[in-house]
Design a protein around this ligand. Structure first.
Ligand SMILES: *[C@@H]1O[C@H](CO)[C@@H](O)[C@H](O)[C@H]1NC(C)=O
Length: 321
């Protein structure tokens, strides 16, 4: 091949790759803004963005995807493959947008957000879920939350404060429920102690923190997958250990021996998995060797954990309340 035809060849390969990447990324419908007057309560005025896939699954599942700090609903919408996979599998996505315009981080610290039905960003997001359940006849036994960084922190908050709403969560580079807790907390509260891994508790102590969010609740608890880079420079790797202690205690598997999968999801990542005799796998923790806070999410891992490729009967779900 002459130089020019080689160049042309690579140029066309590049174009094909770019076109493929563009079509692989693009969800088929636009993100919709739902007015505050349509749903509520939403005491901190969290803007609500909704993604309805081209074809809805019958009785569709719901996937909530809170963004990272300095992110937006729109950035989360275009930032992963989850929305265009919704076009294939028919689940509905909720993209809340942080009302905290200073840094676009979620309120994961106030007593309101950390308490069931008490307010804060968590209640606004749950109100979005309830709106979608009513309006689109969505499946209340298949509501999921996933996020990265601040979105992972919010995923922990949602599962801890609303164990009656969610079936499962997936938190990439977050912190344990209650790690940022601050009686004076709210939008803009940063906990250096938590971020640097200095908030350390026993499983029993963490379990008390989670139970205090909703003391009357004794029912089924959502399953959880947490993932964290070993060299995370923003949220210390110790936070993975705290999440492990917290959720294994809450889910009652703290004395179970975990099974280990090496090179899971990506080369060098190691996943420990805990199963409950009756329920099966309830908790997973993935340690991402050499990965910083900039952890690369994997849509397929999320879809499989939530069983979102499944439609009809026999899909993973929580018991009906
Ligand atoms: C785990 O072991 C500890 C110490 O023996 C015990 O106090 C706790 O009740 C056990 N947890 C479960 C869920 O069996």
């Amino acid at each position: 091949m002459a130089f020019s035809s080689v160049a042309t060849f690579y140029h066309s390969v590049l174009l094909v790759v770019l076109v493929f990447a563009a079509s692989a990324l693009a969800a088929q419908n636009p993100l919709l803004r739902i007015a505050n007057s349509e749903f509520g309560p939403n005491p901190s005025n969290v803007p609500f963005y909704l993604y309805l896939p081209k074809v809805l699954a019958p009785n569709p599942p719901i996937l909530v995807n809170p963004h990272w700090c300095h992110g937006t609903a729109q950035a989360a919408f275009t930032g992963t493959q989850l929305a265009n996979l919704a076009d294939t599998y028919g689940y509905i996505m909720i993209f809340p947008n942080s009302p905290n315009t200073a840094d676009q981080c979620w309120d994961i610290s106030s007593p309101e957000t950390l308490t069931h039905e008490a307010g804060g960003d968590s209640l606004g997001i749950v109100s979005m879920v309830r709106y979608v359940l009513r309006k689109y006849n969505a499946d209340p036994t298949r509501v999921f939350a996933m996020g990265t960084s601040s979105g992972a922190m919010m995923t922990n908050v949602l599962l801890g404060a609303y164990p009656d709403v969610f079936a499962a969560g997936s938190g990439w580079a977050g912190v344990a429920f209650g790690c940022y807790a601050d009686p004076k907390g709210g939008a803009g509260t940063w906990s250096d102690a938590c971020a640097t891994g200095k908030i350390q508790k026993t499983g029993a102590e963490w379990k008390n923190v989670v139970q205090a969010a909703y003391p009357e609740y004794t029912g089924w608890r959502p399953k959880m997958h947490v993932l964290h880079g070993t060299v995370d420079q923003i949220l210390d790797y110790q936070n993975l250990a705290e999440e492990v202690k917290e959720w294994t205690a809450v889910l009652g598997v703290e004395n179970v021996t975990a099974t280990v999968r090496t090179n899971d999801i990506r080369p060098g990542w190691t996943t420990r998995s805990w199963s409950d005799g009756g329920r099966g796998e309830v908790f997973r923790a993935t340690s991402a060797a050499g990965v910083t806070h900039d952890i690369q999410t994997d849509a397929n891992t999320v879809l499989e954990w939530f069983d979102l490729k499944c439609q009809g009967t026999g899909c993973f779900s929580r018991p009906r309340l």
